[in-house]
Design a protein around this ligand. Sequence first.
Ligand code: ADP
Ligand code: ADP
Length: 227
Amino acid sequence: MLKLHNISKIYQTDEVETTALDNINIEIEKGEFVAIMGPSGCGKSTLLNIVGMLDTPSHGKYHFLEHEVAQASERQLAEIRKRNIGFIFQSFNLIDELTVFENVELALLYNSVPAGERKERVDRVLDKVGIAHRAKHMPSQLSGGQQQRVAVARALVAEPAMILADEPTGNLDSAHGEEVMEMLKQLNEEGATIIMVTHSPAHADYARRTINLFDGQVVTEMHRAAE
Ligand code: ADP
Ligand code: ADP
């Protein structure tokens, strides 16, 4: 599905140069569930942002599906993202002024899906994550766990091949965190490729493969046998 080849990311701010990623080589196959772990500041978010084409590497090659990412224009990148990638963030990132339904529908507006089909798909995905009864609520009227369900629904509605989750359980209590992990596990079993940054070893256990970063480098990798 994707291949990162000698990827480095160097941030230059004033006099300070920070090497966030240092010569990363990672290959991820379709259908994998990968956890990325490591101490704060080791480059996890930077790696996920590069994989999600939200940020560009300073050096190296990134191959995603049939695309050579460095050669794509901004517009092509936006198109590749919309068609193939769903994002889930620690802080939910819902739009406060839109209802639950509208927040999820937004992911389809960009894809020019007709209104009738949009309603059907949004209803179906809200039902799937167990939040259909809150469709007309505003995000501020929901608990953190419910907001993250909406964010999961938004990531799913365009049926992306890949889901990128940056600490999806970071703002949730353990019960709601488990619920989100169970959802991700089910999505993976249904075929979605998932890459997730987490600080929680228990949540990394849901993934089949864990990549440990330290100071911008891959230090160890672990694979878990299928159940
Ligand atoms: P993690 O997600 O593992 O906490 P990050 O990827 O956020 O790590 O950051 C890796 C390193 O790069 C850190 O030292 C961080 O301070 C630095 N960094 C991240 N983003 C930027 C940025 N936009 N500008 C400058 N430095 C950055
Ligand atoms: P986390 O550890 O949860 O990844 P961080 O606070 O390290 O959170 O970083 C969150 C985001 O803030 C990063 O993805 C990066 O884009 C930005 N960031 C981190 N460090 C810096 C920095 N030194 N300068 C500018 N932006 C930064």
